[in-house]
Design a protein around this ligand. Structure first.
Ligand code: SME
Length: 155
């Protein structure tokens, strides 16, 4: 049994959270807690949301992990801004090799950012940092993209 064997059950739990009566940010926080608590190499888990009142800018939403100074990120800047700009998943297995990167903590070695899209419009993204080097598999990507498809109904 590997960590990825639990992804179907975690996706089901995320879907249950999304269908609950709680408020949007409570649900997003519960999803962060679920992913952070259940997947050992997810050390910082958070959502950035596209700010409807700003020009192509992300604002930090619910997250679990160390506080970050990067509470607002313009499209194109850092891994988060690049994922929003290109509307594609970014997987950086070694952040030391990435020049367009915003560091939150020297402990972070790798990062995955998955856009949350609805009708071809980017609404936000799920950002996960890992303290492990090259920890993200194809299964992580498929799982997190499925979580973001489900989360799109909330944003
Ligand atoms: N590392 C990100 C910034 C956000 S933190 O990971 C929380 C980036 O390069 O966009």
């Amino acid at each position: 049994m590997t960590y990825a064997d639990r992804f179907p059950a975690l996706l089901e739990k995320a879907t249950t959270i999304i269908a609950s009566q709680d408020g949007r940010d409570e649900k997003l926080m519960q999803i962060c807690e679920l992913l952070h608590g259940e997947v050992p190499h997810y050390d910082w888990v958070g959502f950035y949301l596209v700010d409807p009142d700003a020009e192509r800018e992300l604002v930090l939403g619910p997250y679990v992990g160390a506080p970050t100074e990067h509470t607002r990120i313009p499209f194109g800047k850092g891994i988060c801004g690049q994922a929003a700009d290109t509307e594609t998943t970014f997987i950086i297995q070694d952040v030391a090799q990435e020049s367009n990167y915003l560091s939150c903590s020297p402990d972070v070695r790798a990062e995955i950012v998955v856009p949350v899209m609805r009708e071809s419009i980017v609404l936000g993204e799920l950002d996960i940092d890992s303290h492990a080097l090259a920890p993200f598999s194809r299964e992580d990507r498929l799982f997190l993209e499925a979580v973001c498809v489900a989360v799109a109904s909330l944003l």
